[in-house]
Write a protein that binds this ligand. Structure first.
Ligand SMILES: [Zn+2]
Length: 252
């Protein structure tokens, strides 16, 4: 039997024809959004989908009419299929894929107000004795993504590497920060300043530094331990920020 490929021929904006094979596994988003908190993960999957089929990246365009009607139809369907029922209902009356995206984005922005985001950064405090390196890494990646995707598109130019790196630095205990700065200077000298430091590389540098510190102290197996003041696993009780706050209050 001869296999017949089933596709729609879609006209994209630049009058280019692209074939959309709607039975392929890539014809849908590979991430299902069940909770608006995970919006940023879903956006990545939406982007992969649009790149794959050479559609417009609807996360960066403002004019809903930039998409041809076929493109709009396909992207809309893909979005709908990737949402749970509550979220699907919330965008039911949107006619354009771009508007669907914007409506979900504003739901996400409502969740993460700037005050709430500040609090999330402030409550992330890491020292050399962090017992949960993977959790720490995920936390920073999450914070960066939340910051990035919950902000107005017109604000995006502020999001440089150094913007995020200095945000991360405010979460580090001074000893850890010093150690990282020292290692970084060494690396910069070795590579003659050619390292392009992204926030993700910086987070890796934090984990490497914590691991090296364990190694120096002959600690090979470290169990995840919570700080007794604030329940965080990213620092020891000795260095806890909230403990410092308690001491200050007592001394007043
Ligand atoms: Zn603590």
């Amino acid at each position: 039997m001869k296999m017949v490929a089933i596709f729609y021929e879609v006209l994209t904006k630049n009058n280019q024809k692209t074939k959309f094979f709607y039975k392929y596994s890539t014809a849908k988003l590979d991430y299902k959004l069940d909770n608006i908190n995970e919006f940023y993960k879903w956006v990545k999957s939406l982007r992969e989908f649009t790149y794959h089929w050479k559609f417009h990246d609807i996360t960066t365009i403002l004019d809903p009419l930039a998409l041809t009607s076929e493109e709009n139809y396909i992207v809309k369907n893909a979005i709908k299929k990737s949402l749970n029922n509550t979220l699907k209902n919330s965008i039911e009356y949107e006619f354009y894929a771009v508007d669907m995206y914007n409506s979900l984005k504003s739901e996400f922005m409502d969740k993460y107000s700037s005050g709430y985001k500040k609090k999330l950064w402030r409550n992330t405090y890491v020292d050399l004795y962090c017992t949960d390196i993977i959790g720490m890494k995920n936390r920073f990646i999450k914070l960066i993504n939340i910051e990035y995707y919950s902000t107005d598109t017109s604000m995006l130019p502020i999001f440089t590497n150094s913007y995020f790196i200095s945000k991360i630095q405010t979460c580090l205990h001074p000893f850890l920060l010093n150690e990282i700065t020292r290692v970084l200077l060494e690396q910069l000298t070795e590579t003659r300043g050619t390292i392009k430091l992204t926030p993700f590389k910086y987070v890796k540098l934090i984990s490497d530094t914590i691991r090296d510190n364990r190694y120096m102290q002959n600690l090979f197996e470290v169990e995840i331990r919570k700080c007794s003041h604030c329940d965080s696993t990213f620092h020891s009780t000795k260095n806890c920020n909230s403990r410092a706050a308690i001491n200050l209050r007592q001394n007043e």
